[in-house]
Ligand binder design. Structure first.
Ligand code: F0G
Length: 352
Protein backbone atom coordinates (compact mmCIF):
# COMPACT_ATOMS: atom_id res chain seq x y z
CA UNK A 1 0.00 0.00 0.00
CA UNK A 2 1.18 3.54 -0.75
CA UNK A 3 2.93 4.84 2.36
CA UNK A 4 1.55 8.22 3.38
CA UNK A 5 3.66 9.16 6.38
CA UNK A 6 3.63 8.35 10.05
CA UNK A 7 0.48 10.20 11.09
CA UNK A 8 -1.56 8.17 8.65
CA UNK A 9 0.14 4.95 9.73
CA UNK A 10 -0.11 5.46 13.48
CA UNK A 11 -3.13 7.75 13.61
CA UNK A 12 -4.85 5.85 16.41
CA UNK A 13 -1.97 6.74 18.75
CA UNK A 14 -1.83 10.39 17.66
CA UNK A 15 -3.94 13.49 18.38
CA UNK A 16 -5.67 13.77 14.99
CA UNK A 17 -9.24 13.29 13.81
CA UNK A 18 -10.64 12.24 10.43
CA UNK A 19 -11.03 15.89 9.48
CA UNK A 20 -7.45 16.88 10.32
CA UNK A 21 -5.62 17.99 7.22
CA UNK A 22 -2.25 16.25 7.48
CA UNK A 23 0.94 18.07 6.50
CA UNK A 24 3.32 15.32 5.48
CA UNK A 25 6.41 14.61 3.40
CA UNK A 26 5.91 10.85 3.92
CA UNK A 27 8.39 10.87 6.79
CA UNK A 28 9.12 7.87 9.02
CA UNK A 29 9.32 4.24 7.88
CA UNK A 30 13.11 4.49 8.18
CA UNK A 31 15.30 1.38 7.94
CA UNK A 32 16.33 -0.63 10.98
CA UNK A 33 19.62 -2.00 9.74
CA UNK A 34 21.28 -5.09 11.22
CA UNK A 35 24.86 -4.07 11.97
CA UNK A 36 26.83 -7.30 12.32
CA UNK A 37 30.07 -5.78 11.03
CA UNK A 38 29.94 -2.99 13.57
CA UNK A 39 29.08 -5.39 16.41
CA UNK A 40 32.09 -7.50 15.46
CA UNK A 41 34.34 -4.46 15.32
CA UNK A 42 33.16 -3.36 18.77
CA UNK A 43 33.55 -6.95 20.00
CA UNK A 44 30.03 -7.19 21.37
CA UNK A 45 27.90 -10.34 21.22
CA UNK A 46 24.44 -8.83 20.67
CA UNK A 47 21.97 -8.35 17.83
CA UNK A 48 22.88 -4.78 16.96
CA UNK A 49 20.53 -2.63 14.89
CA UNK A 50 20.95 0.92 13.62
CA UNK A 51 17.77 2.94 13.08
CA UNK A 52 18.85 5.31 10.32
CA UNK A 53 16.80 8.44 10.78
CA UNK A 54 18.92 10.15 8.15
CA UNK A 55 16.50 8.57 5.65
CA UNK A 56 13.74 10.99 6.60
CA UNK A 57 12.78 13.61 3.98
CA UNK A 58 14.94 16.38 5.43
CA UNK A 59 17.57 13.94 6.65
CA UNK A 60 16.86 13.77 10.38
CA UNK A 61 14.41 12.44 12.98
CA UNK A 62 12.99 15.94 13.40
CA UNK A 63 10.56 15.26 10.56
CA UNK A 64 8.64 12.83 12.79
CA UNK A 65 7.83 15.58 15.24
CA UNK A 66 7.48 18.29 12.64
CA UNK A 67 4.74 16.59 10.61
CA UNK A 68 2.69 16.48 13.81
CA UNK A 69 3.55 19.98 15.08
CA UNK A 70 2.91 21.67 11.73
CA UNK A 71 -0.28 19.65 11.12
CA UNK A 72 -1.62 20.87 14.47
CA UNK A 73 -0.39 24.45 13.91
CA UNK A 74 -2.21 24.51 10.58
CA UNK A 75 -5.34 22.99 12.11
CA UNK A 76 -5.28 25.77 14.73
CA UNK A 77 -5.02 28.37 11.97
CA UNK A 78 -1.44 29.49 12.63
CA UNK A 79 0.12 31.85 10.11
CA UNK A 80 3.67 31.47 11.34
CA UNK A 81 5.91 29.00 13.16
CA UNK A 82 9.21 29.61 14.94
CA UNK A 83 12.01 27.51 16.40
CA UNK A 84 15.51 27.69 17.81
CA UNK A 85 17.84 25.17 16.31
CA UNK A 86 21.29 23.68 16.07
CA UNK A 87 20.33 23.01 12.46
CA UNK A 88 18.10 20.00 11.96
CA UNK A 89 14.97 21.42 13.56
CA UNK A 90 15.33 24.54 11.42
CA UNK A 91 15.67 22.46 8.24
CA UNK A 92 12.64 20.39 9.17
CA UNK A 93 10.47 23.32 10.29
CA UNK A 94 11.34 25.17 7.09
CA UNK A 95 10.38 22.20 4.92
CA UNK A 96 7.06 21.50 6.63
CA UNK A 97 6.36 25.24 6.78
CA UNK A 98 6.88 25.38 3.01
CA UNK A 99 4.61 22.37 2.48
CA UNK A 100 1.90 23.90 4.70
CA UNK A 101 2.23 27.39 3.26
CA UNK A 102 3.06 28.80 6.70
CA UNK A 103 5.79 31.37 7.29
CA UNK A 104 8.76 29.92 9.18
CA UNK A 105 11.23 31.78 11.40
CA UNK A 106 14.36 29.98 12.57
CA UNK A 107 16.93 31.17 15.11
CA UNK A 108 20.33 29.56 14.85
CA UNK A 109 23.64 30.04 16.67
CA UNK A 110 25.76 31.99 14.21
CA UNK A 111 28.68 29.93 12.95
CA UNK A 112 27.69 26.72 14.73
CA UNK A 113 25.44 24.89 12.32
CA UNK A 114 26.50 22.39 9.69
CA UNK A 115 26.55 23.69 6.14
CA UNK A 116 23.94 21.30 4.75
CA UNK A 117 21.40 22.24 7.39
CA UNK A 118 21.79 25.93 6.68
CA UNK A 119 21.45 25.34 2.95
CA UNK A 120 18.23 23.41 3.56
CA UNK A 121 16.59 26.19 5.58
CA UNK A 122 17.65 28.67 2.89
CA UNK A 123 16.20 26.63 0.04
CA UNK A 124 12.91 25.84 1.80
CA UNK A 125 12.46 29.57 2.22
CA UNK A 126 12.59 30.15 5.96
CA UNK A 127 13.35 33.51 7.52
CA UNK A 128 16.76 32.75 9.03
CA UNK A 129 18.04 34.70 12.02
CA UNK A 130 21.59 33.91 13.14
CA UNK A 131 22.18 35.09 16.70
CA UNK A 132 25.46 35.80 18.44
CA UNK A 133 24.72 33.22 21.09
CA UNK A 134 24.15 29.51 21.55
CA UNK A 135 21.12 27.24 21.17
CA UNK A 136 20.00 27.71 24.78
CA UNK A 137 19.86 31.49 24.31
CA UNK A 138 18.00 31.06 21.02
CA UNK A 139 15.46 28.80 22.73
CA UNK A 140 14.90 31.32 25.54
CA UNK A 141 14.33 33.93 22.86
CA UNK A 142 11.77 31.97 20.80
CA UNK A 143 9.91 30.83 23.92
CA UNK A 144 9.39 34.44 24.87
CA UNK A 145 8.47 35.57 21.36
CA UNK A 146 5.92 32.78 20.91
CA UNK A 147 4.33 33.56 24.28
CA UNK A 148 3.74 37.18 23.24
CA UNK A 149 3.13 37.11 19.49
CA UNK A 150 0.94 34.96 17.19
CA UNK A 151 3.65 32.56 16.11
CA UNK A 152 3.62 28.88 17.05
CA UNK A 153 6.68 27.38 18.72
CA UNK A 154 7.73 24.11 17.08
CA UNK A 155 10.67 23.13 19.27
CA UNK A 156 10.26 19.88 21.19
CA UNK A 157 8.73 21.77 24.13
CA UNK A 158 5.69 21.69 21.84
CA UNK A 159 4.02 18.42 22.97
CA UNK A 160 2.98 17.53 19.41
CA UNK A 161 6.65 17.15 18.51
CA UNK A 162 7.02 14.43 21.13
CA UNK A 163 3.83 12.76 19.88
CA UNK A 164 5.22 12.49 16.36
CA UNK A 165 8.66 11.38 17.47
CA UNK A 166 7.34 8.54 19.63
CA UNK A 167 6.47 6.70 16.39
CA UNK A 168 10.16 5.82 16.06
CA UNK A 169 9.65 3.41 18.96
CA UNK A 170 6.55 1.94 17.29
CA UNK A 171 8.52 1.24 14.11
CA UNK A 172 11.31 -0.51 16.02
CA UNK A 173 8.82 -2.73 17.85
CA UNK A 174 6.90 -3.47 14.64
CA UNK A 175 10.16 -4.52 12.98
CA UNK A 176 11.46 -6.68 15.85
CA UNK A 177 8.11 -7.98 17.14
CA UNK A 178 9.19 -6.74 20.58
CA UNK A 179 11.08 -3.89 22.16
CA UNK A 180 14.88 -4.23 22.16
CA UNK A 181 16.56 -4.81 25.52
CA UNK A 182 18.65 -1.65 25.11
CA UNK A 183 17.99 1.62 23.32
CA UNK A 184 21.00 3.92 22.76
CA UNK A 185 20.37 7.50 21.71
CA UNK A 186 22.19 10.85 21.55
CA UNK A 187 20.90 13.51 23.94
CA UNK A 188 20.87 17.23 23.20
CA UNK A 189 17.71 19.03 24.20
CA UNK A 190 16.43 15.62 25.41
CA UNK A 191 13.17 15.61 23.44
CA UNK A 192 13.95 12.46 21.49
CA UNK A 193 14.78 10.22 24.45
CA UNK A 194 11.56 11.49 26.04
CA UNK A 195 9.58 10.65 22.90
CA UNK A 196 11.00 7.15 22.44
CA UNK A 197 10.33 6.24 26.04
CA UNK A 198 6.74 7.47 25.69
CA UNK A 199 6.34 5.41 22.52
CA UNK A 200 7.63 2.20 24.09
CA UNK A 201 5.38 2.65 27.12
CA UNK A 202 2.31 3.31 24.98
CA UNK A 203 2.97 0.23 22.86
CA UNK A 204 3.20 -1.86 26.00
CA UNK A 205 -0.02 -0.38 27.38
CA UNK A 206 -1.69 -1.20 24.06
CA UNK A 207 -0.54 -4.82 24.50
CA UNK A 208 1.58 -4.83 21.34
CA UNK A 209 4.79 -5.52 23.23
CA UNK A 210 5.31 -6.85 26.73
CA UNK A 211 8.86 -5.71 27.45
CA UNK A 212 10.53 -2.30 27.71
CA UNK A 213 14.12 -1.36 26.86
CA UNK A 214 16.71 0.17 29.13
CA UNK A 215 17.09 3.72 27.81
CA UNK A 216 20.72 4.80 27.43
CA UNK A 217 21.18 8.44 26.44
CA UNK A 218 24.52 10.07 25.69
CA UNK A 219 25.48 13.71 25.76
CA UNK A 220 28.71 15.14 24.39
CA UNK A 221 31.22 15.61 27.23
CA UNK A 222 31.56 19.36 26.69
CA UNK A 223 27.79 19.80 26.82
CA UNK A 224 26.86 17.21 29.43
CA UNK A 225 24.48 19.19 31.63
CA UNK A 226 22.42 16.20 32.77
CA UNK A 227 25.48 14.12 33.62
CA UNK A 228 27.06 17.00 35.55
CA UNK A 229 23.79 18.04 37.12
CA UNK A 230 24.12 21.69 36.19
CA UNK A 231 23.39 24.06 33.33
CA UNK A 232 26.44 24.60 31.15
CA UNK A 233 26.73 28.20 30.04
CA UNK A 234 29.24 27.65 27.27
CA UNK A 235 28.55 24.18 25.86
CA UNK A 236 31.15 22.90 23.41
CA UNK A 237 31.42 19.88 21.13
CA UNK A 238 32.29 19.04 17.58
CA UNK A 239 28.81 17.49 17.39
CA UNK A 240 27.12 20.88 16.93
CA UNK A 241 23.65 19.28 16.77
CA UNK A 242 23.91 18.46 20.49
CA UNK A 243 25.85 21.55 21.58
CA UNK A 244 23.25 22.31 24.23
CA UNK A 245 23.87 23.31 27.85
CA UNK A 246 20.35 23.46 29.29
CA UNK A 247 18.18 20.67 27.86
CA UNK A 248 14.48 21.60 27.84
CA UNK A 249 13.36 18.01 28.56
CA UNK A 250 15.99 17.44 31.25
CA UNK A 251 13.52 16.04 33.82
CA UNK A 252 11.79 13.77 31.30
CA UNK A 253 15.15 12.36 30.21
CA UNK A 254 16.00 11.54 33.82
CA UNK A 255 12.58 9.93 34.21
CA UNK A 256 13.20 7.75 31.14
CA UNK A 257 16.54 6.72 32.60
CA UNK A 258 15.16 5.98 36.06
CA UNK A 259 11.94 4.24 35.03
CA UNK A 260 13.77 2.00 32.54
CA UNK A 261 16.81 1.17 34.66
CA UNK A 262 18.92 2.86 32.02
CA UNK A 263 21.65 5.46 32.09
CA UNK A 264 22.61 8.90 30.87
CA UNK A 265 26.29 9.25 30.19
CA UNK A 266 28.60 11.34 28.09
CA UNK A 267 31.20 10.69 25.42
CA UNK A 268 34.19 12.75 24.35
CA UNK A 269 34.46 14.33 20.90
CA UNK A 270 37.29 11.91 20.19
CA UNK A 271 35.05 8.89 20.86
CA UNK A 272 32.23 10.46 18.85
CA UNK A 273 34.51 10.85 15.83
CA UNK A 274 35.86 7.33 16.25
CA UNK A 275 32.31 5.91 16.22
CA UNK A 276 31.30 8.20 13.31
CA UNK A 277 34.10 6.77 11.20
CA UNK A 278 33.52 3.19 12.36
CA UNK A 279 29.81 3.26 11.40
CA UNK A 280 30.63 4.55 7.93
CA UNK A 281 33.51 2.19 7.22
CA UNK A 282 31.96 -1.00 8.63
CA UNK A 283 28.29 -0.55 7.73
CA UNK A 284 28.25 1.89 4.82
CA UNK A 285 26.12 4.35 6.75
CA UNK A 286 27.15 7.99 6.96
CA UNK A 287 25.45 9.61 9.92
CA UNK A 288 26.28 12.99 11.37
CA UNK A 289 28.74 13.33 14.27
CA UNK A 290 26.01 13.90 16.91
CA UNK A 291 24.26 10.70 15.82
CA UNK A 292 27.41 8.69 16.46
CA UNK A 293 27.11 9.53 20.17
CA UNK A 294 24.69 6.60 20.41
CA UNK A 295 27.28 4.13 19.14
CA UNK A 296 30.09 5.78 21.13
CA UNK A 297 27.80 5.37 24.13
CA UNK A 298 27.27 1.69 23.34
CA UNK A 299 31.03 1.13 23.15
CA UNK A 300 31.49 2.83 26.50
CA UNK A 301 28.58 0.98 28.14
CA UNK A 302 29.78 -2.35 26.77
CA UNK A 303 33.25 -1.76 28.22
CA UNK A 304 31.63 -0.93 31.56
CA UNK A 305 29.69 -4.23 31.50
CA UNK A 306 26.26 -2.55 31.20
CA UNK A 307 25.10 -4.59 28.18
CA UNK A 308 24.08 -8.24 28.61
CA UNK A 309 25.14 -10.56 25.77
CA UNK A 310 22.68 -12.06 23.26
CA UNK A 311 20.21 -9.23 23.59
CA UNK A 312 18.70 -6.87 21.02
CA UNK A 313 20.35 -3.45 20.98
CA UNK A 314 19.16 -0.50 18.91
CA UNK A 315 21.24 2.63 18.33
CA UNK A 316 19.44 5.62 16.86
CA UNK A 317 21.37 7.38 14.10
CA UNK A 318 19.49 10.65 14.29
CA UNK A 319 20.72 12.48 11.20
CA UNK A 320 22.33 12.11 7.80
CA UNK A 321 26.07 12.68 7.48
CA UNK A 322 25.58 14.46 4.16
CA UNK A 323 24.43 17.46 6.16
CA UNK A 324 27.94 17.98 7.45
CA UNK A 325 30.41 17.46 4.59
CA UNK A 326 33.04 19.60 6.33
CA UNK A 327 33.44 17.12 9.16
CA UNK A 328 33.23 14.12 6.83
CA UNK A 329 36.11 15.44 4.74
CA UNK A 330 38.08 16.58 7.77
CA UNK A 331 37.95 13.25 9.61
CA UNK A 332 37.83 10.67 6.83
CA UNK A 333 41.63 10.38 6.36
CA UNK A 334 40.85 9.59 2.72
CA UNK A 335 43.56 10.37 0.27
CA UNK A 336 42.15 11.64 -3.04
CA UNK A 337 44.67 10.70 -5.70
CA UNK A 338 44.90 12.97 -8.72
CA UNK A 339 46.13 12.02 -12.14
CA UNK A 340 45.66 12.62 -15.83
CA UNK A 341 42.74 11.08 -17.74
CA UNK A 342 45.12 8.60 -19.41
CA UNK A 343 44.22 5.01 -18.58
CA UNK A 344 47.86 4.08 -17.95
CA UNK A 345 48.18 6.87 -15.42
CA UNK A 346 44.96 5.76 -13.71
CA UNK A 347 46.23 2.17 -13.56
CA UNK A 348 49.52 3.32 -12.10
CA UNK A 349 47.71 5.25 -9.38
CA UNK A 350 45.59 2.14 -8.72
CA UNK A 351 48.80 0.23 -8.16
CA UNK A 352 48.17 -2.15 -11.05
N1 F0G B 1 20.98 14.19 16.87
C1 F0G B 1 20.78 15.17 15.97
C2 F0G B 1 21.29 14.95 14.59
C3 F0G B 1 20.11 16.36 16.34
O1 F0G B 1 19.92 17.31 15.44
C4 F0G B 1 19.67 16.51 17.67
C5 F0G B 1 19.00 17.72 18.09
C6 F0G B 1 19.89 15.45 18.56
C7 F0G B 1 20.54 14.31 18.13
C8 F0G B 1 19.44 15.50 19.95
O2 F0G B 1 18.05 15.32 20.07
O3 F0G B 1 17.52 17.42 21.22
O4 F0G B 1 15.86 15.56 21.08
O5 F0G B 1 17.90 15.35 22.52
N2 F0G B 1 18.90 18.75 17.37
C9 F0G B 1 18.10 19.94 17.71
C10 F0G B 1 18.03 20.88 16.53
C11 F0G B 1 18.42 20.56 18.99
O6 F0G B 1 17.86 22.08 16.74
O7 F0G B 1 18.10 20.42 15.41
P1 F0G B 1 17.28 15.95 21.31
Amino acid sequence: MYYQGLINKYRKYLPVTDSTEIVTLNEGNTPLIKADNLAKKIGINVNLYLKFEGCNPTGSFKDRGMTMAVTKAKEAGANAIICASTGNTSASAAAYGAKAGIKTFVLIPDGYIALGKLSQAMMYGAEIIAIKGNFDQALDCVREISSKYPVTLVNSVNPYRIEGQKTGAFEICDALGKAPEYHFIPVGNAGNITAYWKGYKEYREAGIINNLPKMAGFEAEGSAAIVRGERILTPETIATAIRIGNPASWKQAEAARDESGGKIGCVTDEKIIEAYKMIASTEGILCEPASAASVAGLIQAHTAGFVQPETDVVCILTGNGLKDPDNAIKYSNADVKKTSAEINDVLRVMGI
